[in-house]
Design a protein around this ligand. Structure first.
Ligand SMILES: C[S@@+](CC[C@H](N)C(=O)[O-])C[C@H]1O[C@@H](n2cnc3c(N)ncnc32)[C@H](O)[C@@H]1O
Length: 239
């Protein structure tokens, strides 16, 4: 097991195979050292809304640098800014497919007058898509992970994407990692994972006996200490 520890950690027994590293700070800063052409899969769920536009611009540029040729960016996003996000990603990466994550429960969206039963998940690649395994474009989310993190998406379909788009030992990066739950899924499947967030996601990741946490100016703790590009309630309703 590789582990990057920047602070003294209590002795613990590794529970999961592979690297799991959670970096605290702005993703543009704490992921700046990821080498070009080194990441087979970026699997992430950024904040939504107008205020988040610069994060999508950063993500598109950064992904085009760090993805290996044939690597994938899978980005959960919202319906209301979908055309903006596709325009941004399309400037740097090649569009591959629009996946759909089915909500456990439909949601009425005031203002849009839509009952939303699913959300878009964008799939872009760097130059081409490596591999020929079939991927279902319907991601089922049996439950949401709201107990662990207010924005958690549940696990539905994420394991399938990890399985098909990466091999054992390969690296997955999540610049907006929240709970880090996807990191636990990834490492339990034998992948390496690096996640970043402005503040520790708390919950499930923090309960793990090993916490490979890298400081980048923020306070580490089991409570959220900072704020991201937070989504206003009315924006959240339109995600
Ligand atoms: C939609 S949530 C991610 C949820 C995650 N998939 C989970 O399962 O918990 C978006 C996350 O982006 C984080 N975030 C916002 N701006 C950020 C930034 N500049 N750098 C790193 N993380 C940021 C927020 O703190 C929030 O946890």
């Amino acid at each position: 097991m590789k582990a990057k520890l920047r602070t003294p950690q209590p002795a613990c027994t590794p529970m999961l195979p592979g690297l799991l590293e959670y970096r605290i700070g702005d993703c543009g800063v704490v992921l700046a050292d990821i080498p070009p052409n080194s990441v087979p899969l970026i699997l992430t769920d950024p904040p939504y809304g107008d205020a988040a536009k610069p994060l999508y611009e950063w993500l598109a540029q950064w992904a085009s640098r760090v993805l290996i040729p044939g690597g994938s960016l899978i980005c959960f996003t919202g319906q209301s800014r979908l055309n903006r996000d596709m325009r941004i990603f399309g400037e740097h990466l090649k569009y591959w497919w629009l996946l759909t994550m089915k909500h456990g429960r439909s949601q009425r969206l005031p203002g849009k007058f839509v009952i939303a039963g699913h959300k878009p998940v964008l799939w872009y690649v760097k130059d081409f898509r490596r591999g020929e395994e079939f991927v279902s474009d319907l991601l089922i989310s049996p439950h949401r992970n709201k107990q662990e993190h207010p924005w958690g998406q549940g696990t539905g379909g994420v394991d399938q994407l990890i399985e098909v788009l990466t091999s054992r030992g390969e690296l997955i990066v999540d610049p907006f990692a929240g709970t880090g739950y996807w990191g636990i899924i990834a490492t339990s499947m034998g992948r390496e994972w690096i996640g970043a967030d402005l503040a520790p996601g708390g919950g499930v990741l923090m309960q793990q006996p090993r916490r490979d946490i890298k400081h980048a100016g923020s306070v580490v703790g089991s409570q959220r200490q900072g704020e991201g590009a937070k989504t206003a309630p009315e924006e959240k309703a339109l995600r």
